[in-house]
Write a protein that binds this ligand. Structure first.
Ligand SMILES: NC(=O)c1ccc[n+]([C@@H]2O[C@H](COP(=O)([O-])OP(=O)(O)OC[C@H]3O[C@@H](n4cnc5c(N)ncnc54)[C@H](OP(=O)(O)O)[C@@H]3O)[C@@H](O)[C@H]2O)c1
Length: 215
C-alpha cells in the first residue's frame, strides 16, 4: 500500500474497536470517535486499540479518506452529512427494531440504501455489518489461509467497492462484491449470510440461492 487510506471509525462500542484493531494491523492509520469528548475514550483506546487515535468525530472525519459508521442506526440521524461529502463511507450498521425502535424510513427497505440517500455527497458501501464482532476478529486470516472466510461488499460505485474490497481483503477476509446497494440487502439481518461466517464458495452459493428464491 503506497499511501494508506486514513480511516475514521465512528463508534467505540462493540464492533468499532474490532474494525479499528484489524485496520491498524493491516497498516491503516485509524482515528476513532464517539459522539463525545475523545478524552473519555483515551485510556480505553490506548488499552484495547493501541495505535488508534481518539479524536472528536468532526476532526476524525475531516482528516479521513474512509469513514466507517459503527454506531447504532437509531443514532444515525445525529450525523451531519455535510462533512462526509466526498468521503468514502462504509456502512457497518444494521437495522434492529428490537434495539433501534421502529424507524419508519428503514422499514422494509435496504438500510444502506436509506443511509446513502441521506449521505448523497458520499460514496456509500455496505460492508463489515454481517459478522458478529467477536467472530470478525477471531476469523480474520491472511490471504490464502485455507480456512479464510468471506465478507460481502456492496455498493453502487465500483471504484468505492473496489477500495473497500481491498480493505476487507487486507483485514483478513475474501471480499465478495455485490453489484449494488440493493443487492447488498442479502447482507442484512434475515439475509442468507447474516450472522454466519462462510467460505467464499459457501457465501456465493448462499447469495445465489437467495437471489433465486426471490426471483
Ligand atoms: N455488535 C456487533 O457484533 C456488530 C457487528 C457488525 C455490525 N454491527 C452494527 O454496528 C452498529 C454498532 O453496533 P455496536 O454493537 O458496536 O453498538 P454499541 O456497542 O452500542 O456502540 C455504539 C457506539 O457508537 C457511538 N456513537 C453513537 N452515536 C454516535 C455519533 N453520532 N458519532 C460517533 N459515535 C457515536 C457510541 O458512543 P456514544 O454513545 O458515547 O457517542 C458507542 O461507542 C449497529 O448498527 C450494529 O448492528 C454490530
Amino acid at each position: 500500500m503506497k499511501e494508506p487510506s486514513r480511516l475514521a471509525v465512528l463508534g467505540a462500542g462493540h464492533v468499532g474497536p474490532v474494525i479499528a484493531r484489524l485496520a491498524i494491523k493491516a497498516g491503516y492509520p485509524v482515528a476513532i470517535a464517539t459522539s463525545g469528548d475523545p478524552e473519555e475514550i483515551a485510556l480505553i483506546t490506548e488499552l484495547i486499540i493501541p495505535g488508534a487515535q481518539p479524536r472528536w468525530a468532526s476532526d476524525a472525519v475531516a482528516d479521513a479518506d474512509i469513514v466507517v459508521l459503527a454506531i447504532p442506526l437509531h443514532r444515525f440521524g445525529d450525523i451531519d452529512p455535510a462533512p462526509l461529502d466526498g468521503k468514502l463511507v462504509v456502512d457497518a450498521m444494521n437495522y434492529w427494531p428490537a434495539s433501534d425502535g421502529v424507524l419508519e424510513p428503514f422499514e422494509g427497505r435496504g438500510s444502506t440504501e436509506v443511509v446513502a440517500q441521506q449521505l448523497a455527497g458520499s460514496a456509500v458501501v455496505k460492508a463489515l455489518n454481517h459478522i458478529g464482532y467477536h467472530e470478525l476478529e477471531d476469523r480474520a486470516r491472511p490471504a490464502a489461509a485455507p480456512d479464510r472466510r468471506a465478507a460481502g461488499v456492496a455498493g453502487d460505485d465500483p471504484a468505492a467497492v473496489a477500495m473497500i474490497a481491498d480493505l476487507v481483503d487486507r483485514i483478513g477476509y475474501d471480499p465478495v462484491r455485490l453489484e449494488s446497494l440493493r443487492a447488498g440487502r442479502v447482507l442484512q439481518p434475515g439475509g442468507p449470510v447474516f450472522g454466519v461466517v462462510l467460505t467464499q464458495p459457501e457465501f456465493e452459493r448462499a447469495v445465489r440461492q437467495d437471489a433465486r428464491s426471490l426471483a
